[in-house]
Design a binder for this molecule. Sequence first.
Ligand SMILES: [Zn+2]
Length: 492
Amino acid sequence: MSEKQFRLYDSLSRKVIPLTTSEPVHLRFYTCGPTVYSYAHIGNFRSFVTADLVVRTAKAIGWKVTWVSNITDVGHLTDDDIADATGEDKMEKALRSKEGEQFHNVWELAEYYEDAYRSDWKLLNLTEPDVRPKATQHVREQILATEDLIAKGIAYETPTGVYFSVEKFPEYGKLSGNTQESLRKGVRDVVLDENKNDQSDFAIWKKDDKHLMQWFSPYGWGFPGWHIECSVMARAYLGDTIDLHSGGEDNKFPHHECEIAQSESLTGKPFCNHWTHTAFLQVNGQKMSKSLGNFYYVRGLVEQGADPLAIRFALISGVYRKNLNFTDQGLEDAKTNIDRFRRADSAVAEALVAGTTGPDSIGTELESLYEQALEAMLSDLNTPIAISKALEGAKVITRDALSVESAKSGEAFLTKINDLLGIVRHDEPLTPCEETKVSSVDEAKILERIEARKAAKAAKDWGLADTIRKELATEGILLTDNSDGSVSWSQG
Ligand SMILES: [Zn+2]
């Protein structure tokens, strides 16, 4: 059994406490995934990256992780920051929008944005969850859960749907602080619906025979509420009590508060032992919002030439519990740092093939730097410190010419750092199609440097010629000296 302790802030007890597992060294973890009505923006991805870092850190200390992250493809309404959401289903609204015109129906739209999300996920080098359930695949269980809550006297039917009676769950508000009492006083807006017993009650099933995605239930045609979907999917794959649940700060209320109320009413057991929430992301000092037009998407940034690993680096450069300001300068700095890892990686690769014989002069130093990086991650995911240790290691690797033995230590360090932070290389190589998307090769610049190398060779400056070749190699550009004296290049 691992002796290391993984300390993580728990939003429920509002303290940094050790993350514990009900089964020894096996973390059962649920992450609220995206609603696939549009591309997920980098603010959404910031919280997914936090979840990914939890998984990587847990695995680094030898834990097994069962990670479930859902896809919400129905029932998430537009006004979702109030106790009982109102407005339209986000999916339906998206289909009617300008972008929605290209899809034949809402199912096709969901599929398209799910694919886009998965591909952005891979670009950012996020670990693949064990299960990615879709809400629409679990409607039957959602109806059964609704039936169960009615049978227990906790939910009731009205002409518009089935509602969860908040007063039947006295602990409501324990996560967010929004208790029924405070909701009644109007601390948070609640929907005014005269059919509800109390205005803080929230829908678990909406009756609607005009909805584009509808199912038949004991209450007629309709669709499930967003909160019941996650309660049901978490239980289906991870059991009655899960170890850890994550999401964005905006998920805390009402979504997670309502999940707790439903799940604990259903099972009579604690729903989740540890909650983690990622703070908001700002872009160039402003809140991201559709109206300000400053939504950044992973694919958009990549199309403009951003290195996906640099986007990832920028997203984890600050601690997850504090707001992070994502700036163009930050992204450039991240690229500089990612290139430091790539140079170290190339130096190691070259030395493994052509290094000198000799002792391992860097192994002990690298081992200690890795331990410090791991310690930082185990201390509530302190990414700034972990990253600084990783960069120190890259510096050690590129400090002097490497012996084969030193190169082996360098390789072990970079692999372990990548397993922990995911910023050295993609765990899963990108497909040629993804590579093409990523590569924003400046051909003119490459030709210019090939000319400079030719000139250096002509002047018999072999050192400079070789440096240019190596520099290009670190950028993935490989040169071939042809027999006719010409030089061709390819992207490796
Ligand atoms: Zn959820």
